[in-house]
Design a protein around this ligand. Sequence first.
Ligand SMILES: NC(=O)c1ccc[n+]([C@@H]2O[C@H](COP(=O)([O-])OP(=O)(O)OC[C@H]3O[C@@H](n4cnc5c(N)ncnc54)[C@H](O)[C@@H]3O)[C@@H](O)[C@H]2O)c1
Ligand SMILES: [Zn+2]
Length: 462
Amino acid sequence: MGAGKSTLGPLLAERLGRPFVSVDAAVEGEAGSTVAELFAERGEDAFRELEERAAWDALSRRILTVVELGGGALGSQATRAALGAHAFTILLETTPEEAWQRVSLPVRPLARDQDEFRTLFAERTPAYELVANGRARDLDGAVLAAAGVHLREGSTDGLADLVPPASAVELVVDATVDVLHGDRVRAALGAWLSASHVVPAGERAKTAAEAARLWSALRLDRDGLVVAVGGGSTCDLAGFVAATHLRGVAWAPVPTTLVGQVDAAIGGKVGIDLREGKNLVGSFHWPARTIVDPELLGTLPAEELDNGRAEIVKTGLLLGEPLWERELAAQVRSAAAFKAAVCLRDPEDRGERAQLNLGHTFAHALEAASGFTLPHGRAVALGLLAALRLSGLDEEAATVQDLLRPEPVTVDRELAWSALERDKKSVSGTVRLVLLDAPGAPRIGVELDPTEVRAALDAMIA
Ligand SMILES: NC(=O)c1ccc[n+]([C@@H]2O[C@H](COP(=O)([O-])OP(=O)(O)OC[C@H]3O[C@@H](n4cnc5c(N)ncnc54)[C@H](O)[C@@H]3O)[C@@H](O)[C@H]2O)c1
Ligand SMILES: [Zn+2]
């Protein structure tokens, strides 16, 4: 009561593209009177009965729904069971003082006296803790919780408390990260850890050979957990191996790059590369939990940070907010929440998730033409510039120039163009782009005159 559910609930539903049901409102609709009137006229027991039924109706819906459950509803055993069986439950964290401030204005049946309120708050807290699958204090926090993304402020100590329960844990760690952070991570996982597998640093881990090596080495049963520690490459490989080991075991990435924290370790896409191209084999396997610790970025080389910055600028453009002006930890939080929400709305990449490819059609073409020697961040910076120019957003193009300083690259123009035409986003030969109607208003699947697209690509090549 007073945690802010009725404000946050509808906003969360909107962010996740899901309907919203308030159990109190459903009860009021059913009874034809307000909750306060119900309490006064028919007593709390009558209200709780109606509440239990309305909660069951809301929680057993087949359509994914955001449900706001009143503060006292957990008194019902049936409602607690329904939550356990059907729901991901987010506890909105608040203090008795904050909550009292919210509830003391409009009269609520159980909030007439501050001391009584404190007592009730203390009484109910253990029940909340018991059913909570995640916790949040604001909208981004609720989205992150729903996506299983856990942001840590402190060090890796206590990692064992963050990884979800499992029969055993095996670690897959990037070779470079292992030297820098491996001991700390292993110590934090402690007795849970039954084996540790070091994989080649960076992209060289994303091969069928490395996947096969891990398939043979893993000893986890179906209730085991793979913990991935490294950048997007390690996460993609480890997630793919987790998706396939015994037809799928849980996994929890601990991304150690900025790209990993705001992009690769969120959304459930996992996979490996083939000689024929990047990310050609893979699956969707949502992490049981993603553990984001901005402190791990302290050892990241500047070029790797730049790769992540390009994704943050992309996110800011998609969101229509200058994310890049915030502190790094706040950028990570907002960008991670943005990606999480898009992926929760479109988990299998059949629609609006394509917006995350803003600038990437050009970027991939330039990377391919460079024989994958061009860093992804530099390619994305150029790609964003091209997409913004084609969108007619000159001011935003100038912002990208300022922030990311993209420099035209020396690659073969024909190679780049044929790579762009082959891009997996092109349907029946026509290149489809993500453009912006305005900052915060992406448009996917845009087909433009090929000469215009080619000119935009050419402008990115020295
Ligand atoms: N699955 C997805 O949704 C998704 C999204 C974006 C990118 N990706 C994939 O992610 C990969 C790129 O990942 P990335 O950019 O995170 O880089 P990466 O994993 O390839 O790592 C880059 C380099 O940074 C080093 N490194 C990692 N963490 C470090 C740390 N804390 N300190 C010092 N060095 C560190 C690594 O050893 C490596 O040399 C690509 O293969 C891309 O396809 C996947
Ligand atoms: Zn990218």
